[in-house]
Design a protein around this ligand. Sequence first.
Ligand code: NDP
Length: 328
Amino acid sequence: NRQILLVDKPAGKLGPEHFDMRNGTIPQPRDGEALLKVRYISLDAANRAWMHGATYRAAVEANTVMAGGGIAEVISSKSPGLAEGDIVFGDTGWQEYAAVPAKHLSKMPKIEPMTYLLSVYGIAGLTAYFGLLDVGKPKVGETVVVSAAAGSVGSIVGQIARIKGCKVVGIAGGKDKCHWLTSELGFDAAVDYKDGAVFKALKAAAPNGIDVYFDNVGGDIFEACLAQMNNNGRIACCGAISQYDGAPSATGPRGVPGLIVVKRLTVQGFIVMDYMERRNEALRDLQSWVASGALKVQEDIISGLENTPQALIGLLAGENRGKRMVKV
Ligand code: NDP
C-alpha cells in the first residue's frame, strides 16, 4: 500500500521536501468500514489551506497520510450499505488502499468516464453551480466576473453564467489560458492578471461594471473587482488561493468595508458541503448542459500516485487547466 505522507507543515511555499512516500500495509476494514482501492485523487487548492490549521475540517497533521478527496472502488465491506464493486467518493487520502467508515463515504453512480465524478459532477461542478446561482444570483444581461477562471471551479462558473445569459469575464494567469477561455469556453473577455494592471484591463473588459464577482483568489484581484462592483452587486466568496501558499500578504484588500456599504453589496461566503441535500437539482442541470454541448468539461489527469505532491505544487503555480486529478 504505497502512501504519501505530509512529513512537515510548510511555513512558506509548499515543496516536494514536505512529502515522503512509504510502503504501508493494506488495512483490514473494521465493523462499519469499507476497504477501498483508490482510483483517482482530487487535487484541490484547499489541500494547501488545510495545512494552515482547522477550517471547515480539521487541519492536516505532519507525519500522517496526506488527506484528500478521491474516487475509489469498494474491495470489501463491513457495512451493510456498501458492497464489493461499488464506486464511492470520500476522503481516501493520498494512498492506494484505505479503510474508511461507510458513513463518511458517498456512493456514486457508475458513469463513464468515472473522472466526471470529480470534475463536473463532483465538488468542482457543484461548487460552481450553487456558488454562482444561489449565492451570486446572476440575472440575464448582467456582467459576471470570475477569478481562477481556467481552473476547475472557475471554468464551470463562467460557462454556467454564459448559459444563463450573462456577459462573462474571466481572470486567469497567462495569454494561453485567456485565449482558451474566449475561444473555446465562450467567455466574452478574459484578463491576464500576470500581465500587470489588472484594474485597467478589467475596466476595459467589463465597461458596464461588475454585477456578480465569483471570487476564487482574494487579495489584490478581490480589491480590483470590489472597486468596480455596481450598486447592489453580489460577491460570492468561494476561496482565496492567493493567500494559501506561503505567508499571507501584509496588507488586506482596501475598500473593505467602505465600498461594501456605499455600493450596497452582498458579500457572502459559502461551503459546497452545505448544499449536498440539493445535489440532484444541480446534477440534472449539469448533465443536460454537458449532453447538449453547452458545458465543456476540461480535465487535467496526471498518472501515478508518486506524482501527487508535484501535482499539487503545480496546481498552486497555475499549471492546470480545468480539474486536476491523479490516476493512482
Ligand atoms: P483550480 O483548478 O481553480 O486551480 C487553482 C488555480 O488558481 C490555478 O490554476 C491558478 O491559475 C490560480 N491561482 C493560483 N495562485 C493564484 C494567485 N495568487 N492569484 C490568482 N490566481 C491564482 O483549483 P480549485 O478548483 O481546487 O480551487 C479554486 C477555488 O475554489 C479555491 O479558492 C478553492 O479554495 C475554492 N473552492 C471552494 C469550495 C467551497 O465550498 N467554497 C469548494 C471547492 C473549491 P492561474 O494560472 O490563473 O493563476
